[in-house]
Design a protein around this ligand. Structure first.
Ligand code: GDP
Ligand code: IMO
Ligand code: MG
Length: 425
């Protein structure tokens, strides 16, 4: 079975872009299966840093077909800008394909995203303000407009007209905005976008994917966000509006679970989170600041400082279970190089009880405190290590601890942002 899935095991930004790029060399196809331009996946090749929001991170290999799957919500202006930026660096994008079933993000989605966050201050999620949630709401409410709708202007106009009436009413009468969308102008704008990308649109992306799978070719699914941001299995409601977990790949790309043989969980050697919501192992003082500075923990998409904390074994176990992880890629080991002591959360203590499973309810989670084990640091530079045997003994002990908590084997260890800074096991 030729399908591998890459999935974030924490709250996103684990380094999925780097790991996807690394594995893409041997892939026939790489597919983004959910999310939109809330994602920011970084690939560093030599001196050049690429930040991808919609285009799969396999794009740097000319023979690898990169598909934006049906499960993605797509802001065409962002995609066009991303294509342009890549081309400016000399990178070809001829191997990009876009599913006609992907849903389109409009200005009213972004406006609703911002208005909801502003109005409900107490429960603010800290979204990326890219209109992701409202676009998925329309999709599931069967109000969405898909790329396929560009093929019939009358249908497109009718759907847009319905949406605009409804959204304008809501924005102006409930959210107190003063918005007047112009249907004709939006149609002109969006059809101009379509003209720029239509060569890349495939009517049946699932057939394309199936063909590769049935021929036994290697196909990689690139998850965005992470398990703890999953709308069903994360820290609801402080989550995104899709299913980043491995199971989401089946619906977001269109194939059955029997086709998957490898699920690679990407985990940072510590944990970060952007936006609001519970984060049991968060470090607010000097240590959190040190992780942020050493790890350059500022959002790839919004530039916001990421909240930082110790590795959370309870989150890890949850991710291993929900995703059926077969392998683990540990990233940013080098960020811990200078710490003399490193803590790992092995369980939670909730109301006097030891808890091993991640609590579903965030109110219960709020009563939980991490139980830590302290491990000695290795206090030496790992950024040039490419062989496991050359890692300091304490770094190996730390990795063994993480693998034990995950009950999964580690197959990759990343010791720097650059493509070559990797240890393969
Ligand atoms: P993604 O969203 O999961 O793809 O992760 P992001 O790209 O948003 O964030 C990961 C950040 O860490 C990026 O800036 C990467 O270039 C960087 N990075 C990835 N792996 C490593 C690593 O092993 N060490 C260091 N220092 N940086 C890394
Ligand atoms: P990658 O793929 C980290 C977070 C936002 C917010 C919540 C909901 O780069 O790992 P949304 O805009 O999706 O409605 O915001 O989810 N979030 C991410 N955090 N990495 C991401 O993507 C994220 N995508 C969304 O900060 O807390
Ligand atoms: Mg990111």
């Amino acid at each position: 079975m030729p399908v591998s899935v890459i999935v974030g095991t924490q709250w996103g930004d684990e380094g999925k872009g780097k790991i996807t790029d690394l594995l893409s060399r041997d892939m026939e196809m790489v597919v983004r299966y959910q999310g939109g331009n809330n994602a920011g996946h970084t690939v560093v090749i030599g001196e050049t840093k690429y930040k991808l929001h919609l285009i799969p991170s396999g794009i740097f290999y000319d023979k690898t077909l990169c598909v934006i799957g049906n499960g993605v919500v797509l802001d065409p202006a962002v995609l066009i800008q991303e294509i342009k930026s890549l081309r400016e660096t000399g990178q070809k994008v001829a191997n990009l394909r876009i599913s006609s079933q992907a849903h389109l993000i409009f200005q009213y989605h972004r406006d609703l995203d911002a208005a909801q966050e502003e109005k409900h201050e107490a429960g603010r999620i800290g979204t990326t303000n890219r209109g992701i949630g409202p676009c998925y709401v329309d999709k599931f409410n069967r109000r969405g407009i898909r790329i396929w709708d560009f093929t019939n202007k009358d249908v497109f106009r009718q759907k847009l007209d319905w949406n605009i009436r409804e959204k304008s009413f809501l924005l102006n009468n409930y959210y107190g905005r003063n918005i007047n969308y112009n249907v004709d102008r939006i149609i002109d704008e969006y059809f101009a976008y379509y003209n720029e990308i239509k060569e890349l649109v495939v009517e049946e992306s699932t057939s394309l994917i199936h063909e590769a799978i049935s021929k036994g070719r290697k196909v990689l699914m690139e998850g965005a966000q992470g398990t703890m941001l999953d709308v069903d299995h994360g820290t609801y409601p402080y989550v995104t509006s899709s299913n980043p977990i491995s199971g989401g790949a089946c619906s977001g790309a269109g194939f059955g679970p029997s086709r998957v043989n490898t699920v690679i969980g990407v985990a940072k050697a510590y944990v970060t989170r952007v936006g609001s919501g519970p984060f049991p192992t968060e470090l607010e003082g000097e240590l959190g600041e040190k992780l942020r500075e050493r790890g350059a923990e500022y959002g790839t998409t919004t530039g916001r400082p990421r909240r930082c904390g110790w590795f959370d074994g309870v989150v890890m176990r949850h991710a291993a279970k929900i995703n059926g992880l077969t392998e683990l890629a540990i990233t940013k080991m080098d960020v811990l190089d200078s710490f003399d002591k490193i803590k790992v959360c092995v369980a939670y203590e909730c109301n006097g009880k030891k808890v091993m499973d991640f609590p579903t309810d965030i109110n219960r989670l709020a009563e939980c405190r991490p139980i830590y084990e302290e491990l000695p640091g290795w206090q030496s530079d790992t950024t040039k290590v490419t062989n496991y045997k050359d890692l300091p003994a304490n770094a190996k002990k730390y990795l063994e601890k993480l693998a034990k908590l995950a009950e999964a084997k580690i197959s990759l260890i990343s010791v720097g942002a650059e493509r070559g800074q990797i240890i393969k096991l």
